[in-house]
Design a protein around this ligand. Structure first.
Ligand SMILES: [Zn+2]
Length: 218
């Protein structure tokens, strides 16, 4: 009987985020939205609504161009994180959630996630770094992600699933996923398992070396 934690990355999107919020509300499920600073600037009302409905708001970099562990440019990682956090402002959770971009366009958990500067920014800024363990690739399989997600979620005790409130068409199937998971006995929980949180409020709380590039920006 798995626990499932929902999360939505790369938004907000004016055509998709409201639908996702409506669907989650119907199921009485709270999630976390890891937003991009660049989109938040003129779409703040969407994030305010998510926050008002009990969802947590996290930082997912400003423009999501390059996984931070693949950048050797000084001040890039710290700027991506700090700029976005400033825009999130009072909508931030007190644990200051940050989620890095996955490497390789497939949500891979490897040394492409962070560089030394990014890790230092997270520690000094008392951020909580949130990873994941289920990536059904909703962007690549706008229909088929539901079956993939169900299979992956039911293989583990506590799934943290990454979906995207982006106009791929995939979120039209969100209700179907939630109904199917509930029918099979899944329990939805907003908080993350420790295994997906290597940094908690700036304290390194789990193995971090697998996620930090060696020899990148100092
Ligand atoms: Zn992303």
């Amino acid at each position: 009987m798995p626990i499932i934690t929902m999360s939505f990355d790369n938004g907000p999107d004016p055509d998709v985020t409201p639908h996702v919020l409506d669907t989650l509300r119907r199921h009485d499920i709270r999630s976390t939205f890891f937003v991009l600073g660049d989109k938040l600037r003129d779409r703040r009302a969407l994030v305010e609504r998510a926050h008002a409905e009990g969802h947590w708001i996290g930082n997912h970099t400003y423009n999501h161009l390059v996984p931070l562990g693949m950048s050797a440019e000084a001040d890039m990682a710290s700027g991506e994180i700090a700029r976005t956090q400033e825009l999130i402002g009072e909508l931030a959770h007190e644990r200051r959630f940050f989620r890095p971009l996955g490497g390789g366009g497939g949500g891979h958990l490897d040394q492409r996630l962070l560089n030394d500067e990014a890790l230092r920014t997270l520690v000094q800024g008392r951020y909580t770094c949130v990873l994941w363990n289920v990536v059904p690739e909703d962007w690549a399989y706008p229909e088929g992600w539901v079956e993939r997600a169900l299979r992956l979620c039911f293989e583990i005790e506590h799934a943290v699933i990454v979906l995207h409130d982006l106009p791929t068409g995939a979120m039209a199937r969100l209700d179907h996923f939630l109904c199917a998971a509930e029918d099979r006995g899944a329990i939805f929980q907003q908080d993350f398992p420790d295994a997906c949180v290597p940094v908690e409020r700036g304290r390194i709380s789990g193995p971090i070396e697998p996620y930090v590039a060696t020899g990148g920006a100092a």
